[in-house]
Design a protein around this ligand. Structure first.
Ligand SMILES: Cc1cc2nc3c(=O)[nH]c(=O)nc-3n(C[C@H](O)[C@H](O)[C@H](O)COP(=O)(O)OP(=O)(O)OC[C@H]3O[C@@H](n4cnc5c(N)ncnc54)[C@H](O)[C@@H]3O)c2cc1C
Length: 443
């Protein structure tokens, strides 16, 4: 099984770039064996390795990643580990109550698992914090979305608090937002710091990690043999935690959608700029319209900065050009200046894009895809939590460890077939454009 595509991550992972440099672990060399091979060191792969190390503490567990830890999507996201349902595929956040309760239970299970790692690996608050989440509304329509979402939360028995424009201003320093909906269960991470800390924590607890080690072929010769440019590794059981690159390993052709989303991070703000901005030193908001702009304000390692994320593009080839980053940059600058006119002169220091993998019916791929080969993929855009969950559950499936969450995952439908490529591409592109247009000032 030749791997048809290797990951390409456009632009620098800003969150990783602002941290002190970290020497990568060496690439795989020569012929090796392991009890467990995990391919991919993002949320899913590292969570799988952690769960395997809990279930089989004396086994040899090896993790490979094509890139350096935190350079891939795991180190380039907005860092919201959201407990509540948040369906990118739907026009609003409502859904069937029982399904939403089950999703919330599973998401919280994953957040607890992440919190345990944060404690065990002594992560600073900056890396993982139980912040709660605010859905910010910049328009009357966004406010109405929030009210509808709050109604649904009440039906689920979940608490939420509505913030008015003055409270939003007090937190953010900007008058842009009319209201916000606060919910307590989300954790926020500095994604690169979190993912580095997990990787380093696992290594210090006996897991072997090889970075800059792309798997170029994976074959079953009795056991599985993974080939890399500088070595081979043989293992009876393998967990594929490569998200959309599951297609590149030959699985689920025509069933996974490859989408990019994009972020820009400012240079460190000067003390006078911080004073002019006002507001709290650390906050983050998700948009009330799923197609809107996510904003985070950080202060800590790397200084005081603002990060904006918006736009989704459908890219079946799993690559985007530099030109795309430049065109999205205009949307980022517009969104930034509209929200922070007092910082209109502040430049972006880093701009990047990152891959998401979605299925048409919003399901994941968790479980055995070939004999002894397990997948923890297709996180539907919410991989900080769903990737963590997928990794935990793939490890449980592979070791025959039962859990309610695994039973739920195993009873989920398979990803639906996509329409033929040109139709799927055109349909998705038009739908994204239309949804972004409808998002108005939320974008
Ligand atoms: C700008 C942006 C903002 C986002 N914001 C959020 C957010 O706030 N909350 C949220 O939940 N999600 C967010 N996401 C999505 C989230 O980052 C992804 O869903 C998540 O990273 C998926 O986790 P994963 O472990 O499944 O896959 P990944 O993080 O993609 O990890 C897979 C790994 O597999 C490796 N790999 C692939 N092929 C090979 C190979 N052949 N050999 C070896 N290694 C290979 C890759 O290098 C990669 O490191 C965002 C994404 C972006 C880009």
């Amino acid at each position: 099984m030749k791997v048809t595509r290797l990951p390409k991550d456009p632009g620098p992972a800003g969150w990783n770039a602002i941290l002190p440099s970290r020497p990568p672990s060496p690439p795989l060399a020569g012929r090796q064996t392991a009890d467990w091979l995990v391919i991919g060191a993002g949320f899913a792969g590292l969570s799988a390795a952690r769960r395997l190390s809990q279930i089989c503490p004396s086994d040899r567990i090896v993790v490979l990643d094509a890139r350096q830890v935190a350079e891939g999507p795991a180190g380039r996201n907005s860092g919201f580990m959201i407990d509540l349902p948040h369906d990118l595929g739907s026009d609003n956040y409502s859904g069937a109550l029982a399904a939403d309760r089950a999703t919330t239970t599973d998401n919280r299970h994953a957040i607890e698992f992440a919190a345990d790692m944060a404690t065990d690996y002594r992560m600073p608050d900056e890396a993982f914090t139980r912040s709660g989440k605010i859905n910010a509304a910049a328009t009357a329509k966004g406010h109405a979305h929030n009210l509808e979402f709050a109604k649904h939360l009440t039906a689920m028995g979940e608490p939420s608090t509505t913030l008015d424009a003055a409270q939003m201003h007090e937190m953010t320093g900007t008058d842009y937002y009319q209201s916000g909906l606060a919910t307590p269960g989300t954790a926020t991470i500095q994604p690169a710091l979190y993912i580095r800390s997990v990787a380093d924590g696992l290594v210090s607890n006996g897991v072997t990690l090889h970075e800059n080690t792309p798997v170029t072929a994976l074959d079953r010769q009795g056991d599985w043999v993974a080939t890399t440019p500088t070595g081979h590794i043989t293992a009876p059981k393998v967990i594929l935690a490569v998200n959309g690159h599951l297609n590149s390993f030959g699985f689920l052709p025509g069933r996974l959608m490859h989408v990019f989303t994009y972020a820009s991070m400012t240079r460190a703000l000067a003390p006078a700029e911080v004073a002019t901005l006002g507001g709290h030193p650390v906050w983050g908001v998700t948009p009330s319209d799923p197609m809107g702009t996510t904003v985070r304000r950080i202060s800590g390692t790397g200084g005081d900065r603002i990060i904006v994320r918006n736009r989704f593009t459908f890219d079946p080839r799993m690559e985007v050009s530099d030109g795309r980053i430049a065109s999205v940059a205009r949307d980022h600058d517009r969104a930034f200046k509209a929200r922070f006119p007092m910082l209109g002169h502040v430049d972006m220091a880093y701009r990047w894009g990152g891959r998401l993998c979605l299925s048409r019916n919003n399901v994941q791929v968790i479980g055995e895809v070939d004999q002894g080969l397990f997948a923890a993929c297709c996180q539907n855009g919410l991989g900080t939590v769903r990737g963590t969950l997928a990794g935990m559950l793939a490890a449980e499936a592979a070791t025959g460890t039962n859990s309610d969450a695994l039973t739920r995952a195993q009873s989920a439908a398979d990803p639906q077939k996509l329409p033929p490529a040109p139709i799927a591409g055109l349909g998705a592109a038009l739908r994204l454009k239309w949804s972004e247009f409808k998002a108005g000032r939320e974008l």
